[in-house]
Design a protein around this ligand. Structure first.
Ligand code: SF4
Length: 471
């Protein structure tokens, strides 16, 4: 990809006017690459009255920074989803930007009460993980009756109970049309055009201005041919379904195809084939019909394709044991490796601490902080917890790298207003991995405050407390 800051700089006004808040156009160019700045924030470049001067540069810049995997918008309003839009093969090369939405299925064969209950379950599903609420993002409405009227009624009922974006699933264009009649304004993704129905489905995507999935399982040449045909018709909001093996069988071929598609977009720059890719872990459930085995294989497939190039996926098993491993994996893969996940440094209360409660400390790396906080909270240990600013680095690495030092710990307590004179114990508890600081801290506090050494693993705090607390 040619989008180095120097290359992008060529397309900017190069006046260093500062209107964007950066001191130089080069700094702004670096911000565009990291996607912390948007082209529109360079007012001189996008201003209508400068069209003659900068219009060509603006078009060129847009072309250069277009993501390698095309970006497709599904849904509308504040729940609209970005699908695709990735720039790299591997996370460590920069970052991944748009986590693959999980769409959970409902069908037009469900009775109304079951349908509403499942939609509400999907709509409200959330889990607090490392300081953020994670949820499932979409509803996939599947036609199992083949009846257009029933499908339209089902889509309507879903829309009455959630604002989450939808995928309308049927291979019958008449059924899809009935669904689009009642929902096109919400910009659903349709699934799917196949070798048999592609002409009618292309027409639907064109008429209703919605994104469309092209499904040609295990035939990348066929898929490419269809994508080119759709693009020639002016349909560029495409998602590709290259086929997801339902279980261990053909899994290798599925995986290879997903990798080939990402490589075609990112490394080979195949602009006629650079669309987001859909995985169907639901196939596992549909094949086995055994809830436990199906949920297991769904989770395995979802994990596999979260790691290797799926931009969106349709699933069925919504039990926590099936969703959560993939959700945690997705969270970790789609956090930005350039900036560690952090909590605000400071002194936090866990439960209802008093002057005799223990005082713990850890770093402001979010994963560490929330692990310690949860271990304290779930064991009903009313306490204070200091998060020391280590730029989001964990305890062991920050002790080794110098981001966590005895002086910094003392300063952090002082800044947070911690007055040990007001405690009954005049002590705090170091993480076991920072044990070597205890002597120096005792010196720094002139032996008026005791630095106790806690366990290396916060899960062992309750056992440690039984033996060591109060000091
Ligand atoms: Fe450069 Fe545009 Fe920023 Fe001005 S507003 S400094 S021209 S990037």
């Amino acid at each position: 990809k040619e989008s180095s800051p120097l290359n992008l700089y060529k397309f900017l006004p190069q006046t260093n006017c500062g209107e964007c808040g950066e001191q130089t156009c080069m700094a702004f160019a670096a911000g565009i690459i990291s996607r912390t700045r948007k082209i529109e924030e360079c007012k001189p470049l996008v201003d209508e009255k400068n069209q003659k001067k900068y219009g060509k540069k603006l078009d060129q810049l847009k072309a250069v920074i277009a993501p390698e995997v095309a970006l497709v918008y599904v849904g509308v309003g504040d729940q609209q989803l970005k699908v695709g839009g990735e720039d790299v093969m591997y996370r460590h090369q920069m970052t991944f930007f748009n986590k693959p939405p999980f769409a959970y299925d409902v069908t037009d064969g469900m009775n109304e009460a079951d349908l509403v209950e499942r939609v509400k379950l999907i709509d409200g599903w959330k889990k607090f993980y490392i300081g953020k609420w994670e949820s499932v993002e979409m509803v996939a409405v599947r036609s199992v009756t083949g009846d257009p009227a029933k499908f339209a009624a089902c889509v309507k009922k879903v829309m009455e109970n959630t604002k989450k974006p939808m995928i309308l699933c049927s291979f019958d264009p008449k059924v899809l049309k009935a669904g689009l009649e009642v929902s096109a304004a919400t910009r659903p993704l349709i699934y799917a055009a196949t070798k048999e129905n592609w002409k009618e489905v292309a027409q639907l995507a064109f008429d209703y201005k919605v994104p469309v999935t092209l499904s040609v399982p295990f035939d990348l040449d066929g898929l490419k041919g269809m994508a080119q045909t759709f693009a020639e018709m002016g349909l560029k909001d495409l998602v590709l379904d290259p086929g997801t093996a339902p279980n261990g069988e053909k899994l290798q071929e599925s995986l290879q195809n997903f990798i080939k598609l990402r490589r075609a977009s990112v490394e080979e720059g195949q602009k006629d084939f650079n669309y987001p890719v859909m995985a169907l872990p639901i196939n596992a459930w549909m094949t086995t019909k055994d809830p436990v085995r199906g949920a297991y294989w769904e989770s395995v497939l979802a994990a596999t394709f979260v790691i290797r190039g799926a931009d969106i996926m349709i699933r069925h098993s919504i039990e926590p044991h099936s969703v959560m491993p993939d959700m945690h994996l997705r969270f970790n893969i789609y956090t930005d490796p350039r900036t560690p996940v952090q909590v605000k440094p400071g002194l936090y209360k866990v439960g209802n601490p008093t002057e005799s409660s223990p005082v713990f400390l850890t770093t402001n790396f979010a994963l560490t902080y929330y692990t310690v906080e949860s271990d304290l909270g779930s064991n009903n240990i009313d306490s204070y917890l200091l998060a020391v600013n280590t730029d989001g680095i964990g305890v062991q690495a920050s002790v080794a790298g110098g981001q966590l030092t005895p002086a910094k710990i003392k300063d952090a307590f002082a800044e947070a207003g911690m007055d040990f004179e007001k405690t009954t114990h005049k002590a705090f508890i170091l993480p076991g991995m920072a044990a070597k600081f205890s002597g120096e801290l005792d010196d720094l506090y002139a032996y008026k405050v005791k630095a106790m050494v806690g366990p290396e693993d916060s899960g062992r705090i309750p056992g440690w407390m039984e033996k060591q607390w109060p000091p």
